[in-house]
Design a protein around this ligand. Structure first.
Ligand code: PHE
Length: 339
């Protein structure tokens, strides 16, 4: 009898199970009401007296071995099922992190900011919803001035005084109102114009406008600054200034950069001339300085403004301006490696 018990102990110790049902069957076999242990306990009275002690001890060993085994197996199974529940299969391959990409507009904007910061320009920003004063009147564009039509304007509801800024020159007005010369600032931001959307133009786009005001600032300073800029951004320093008109600058000019005629795209982009128009500029009209609280007898300055979107199209050879605002991931992903 004791031999049988010992065999059972050895068996219990060897037992393993990989599911709860098997553990339960094992428990019932040994520890259940009609289980082996109870049968052995019932045998106790038939055991000769001299063997009772050893039998008792062995039966207790079997009992604790079986109880321990059941508890250990249960704990083990619970752990694994918890792991599967909370963490899933820990051996599965990890999920790769999806890295985003900077938008081409941001890339070009940052390049422009970086170039101007090297020659002492800071960055100023302002609201996209503007009032008439900052977008037009202060810039020498009083009510009914015909040049207001140069930039078709979105007005907010029915209030003709509140509008979506048509250029970031409005930020320059705000900057002059709050700072005295020397002023060297560039104003990047989104602007809005009520224009038909096509591959070449959109009803919103991005600008960087620049402003330099100090004593004795001349047109030569403007030209040098622009030359430095085009050299740094495009690697091309051949520029030309064509006389133009802006109400807020006098004299005014349109800036072309000589792009070249090496490839077919160059031909297309420059319409066969090799020259590419990139921005407007001029000497700040004294009226504008006075409007903004700067003494036009003492100070002079220049201003310029360019569209970031056009430059982004150029630099990255993008054929349609609408791609910049469609948020198509397949398009945006291509800029992962850029700045
Ligand atoms: N504000 C002008 C525009 O939006 C650009 C410009 C800025 C021209 C400063 C001259 C001087 O087109």
């Amino acid at each position: 009898m004791i031999e049988t018990l010992k065999k059972h102990i050895a068996e219990v110790e060897k037992f393993t199970a990989d599911n709860k049902e098997a553990v339960e069957a094992f428990r019932i076999k040994y520890l259940g009401k009609k289980g082996l242990l109870n049968e052995f306990f019932a045998e106790f009275k038939n055991v000769p007296n001299e063997l009772k002690k050893e039998f008792g001890q062995t039966i207790n060993q079997l009992k604790s071995a079986a109880t321990e085994k059941v508890n250990a197996l249960k704990a083990e199974l619970e752990n694994t099922s918890e792991e599967a529940g909370v963490y899933g299969d820990l051996t599965r391959p990890g999920e790769a992190l999806e890295l985003g990409a900077r938008h081409p507009i941001s890339i070009v904007k940052n390049q422009i900011i970086e170039i101007f910061s090297r020659i002492g320009f800071n960055v100023s920003e302002g609201p996209e919803i503007e009032d008439d004063w900052h977008n037009f009147t202060a810039l020498n564009l009083p009510e009914y001035h015909p040049a207001r039509d140069m930039q078709d304007t979105f007005f907010i509801q029915t209030d003709p005084d509140i509008l979506l800024r048509t250029h970031t020159s409005s930020v320059q007005v705000r900057y002059m109102e709050n700072n005295q010369p020397p002023i060297r600032t560039i104003s990047p931001g989104r602007v809005y114009r009520n224009e038909a959307i096509s591959a070449r133009s959109h009803c919103f786009f991005h600008q960087v406008e620049g402003l330099y005001i100090d004593e004795d600032v001349s047109f030569a300073d403007l030209k040098q600054t622009l030359q430095f800029f085009t050299q740094e951004l495009f690697g091309k320093s051949k520029i030309r200034l064509r006389p133009s008109y802006f109400p807020f600058t006098e004299p005014s000019a349109e800036v072309d950069v000589y792009w070249g005629l090496e490839t077919e795209t160059d031909y297309k982009m420059t319409k066969g001339t090799g020259w590419l128009e990139i921005m407007g500029c001029g000497m700040v009209d004294p009226n504008v300085l006075d409007n903004c609280g700067i003494d036009s007898k003492k100070y002079s300055g220049f201003a310029f403004g360019m569209g970031i979107d056009r430059i982004a199209l150029l630099l990255h050879q993008i054929s349609d301006i609408r791609l910049l605002s469609e948020n198509d991931v397949r398009f945006l992903e291509q800029f992962k490696s850029a700045l």
